[in-house]
Design a protein around this ligand. Sequence first.
Ligand code: ADP
Ligand code: MG
Length: 145
Amino acid sequence: MNNRINYIETNSPEETFAVGKKLGQTAKPGEIYTLNGDLGVGKTVFTQGVAAGIGIKEHVNSPTFTIVQVYENGRLPFYHFDVYRIGDIEEMDEIGFEDYFYGDGLCIIEWAERIKELVPAEAKQITIEKNLEKGFDYRKICIQE
Ligand code: ADP
Ligand code: MG
C-alpha cells in the first residue's frame, strides 16, 4: 500500500457497484477499507458491490440498529460497519471492534472519519464525492492504492 490515490468516475449505481465488486474480488484477509462521503453518495451501494465480489449471496444493507453486520458465507468473512450513529467511541469497545479490525476478514467502515482514532494506518481509504455540475448520478470514487 502506498499513498497514491486512484480515482474512478461513475454515472449510475450499477457502475459504482461494479467498482466495489472488482475490489472485493481482490480483497485479502485482514484488510480494512474506510468509506467516507456524504449521506446518499453511494457508500452502501459500493459496499454491496464489494460483498458481491467476495461472493456473499445475502443482501447487504447498512446495519441500522447495530454498528457491525457480519457475513460469513463468502470467500472471506465480511464485516460491514456503519458508524454514522455512533455516539461515543466506547461503543466500539463494547462490540469488540478489535476482533474484526485485526481478524482474518475484510472490514468496510462507512463513515470511518467518525472513529478515525481507531482505524489502523494501513487501512485503504476510499472517498466518494458528488459533483452536481456533472449530473445528479455522477460520482467520483477515490481509492488509495
Ligand atoms: P450512502 O450509503 O453513502 O448514504 P447509499 O449507497 O445508501 O448512500 O445511496 C446512494 C444513492 O444514490 C442510491 O439511491 C443510488 O441509487 C443513488 N445513486 C445515483 N447515482 C449513483 C452512482 N453513480 N453511484 C452510486 N449511487 C448512485
Ligand atoms: Mg450507507
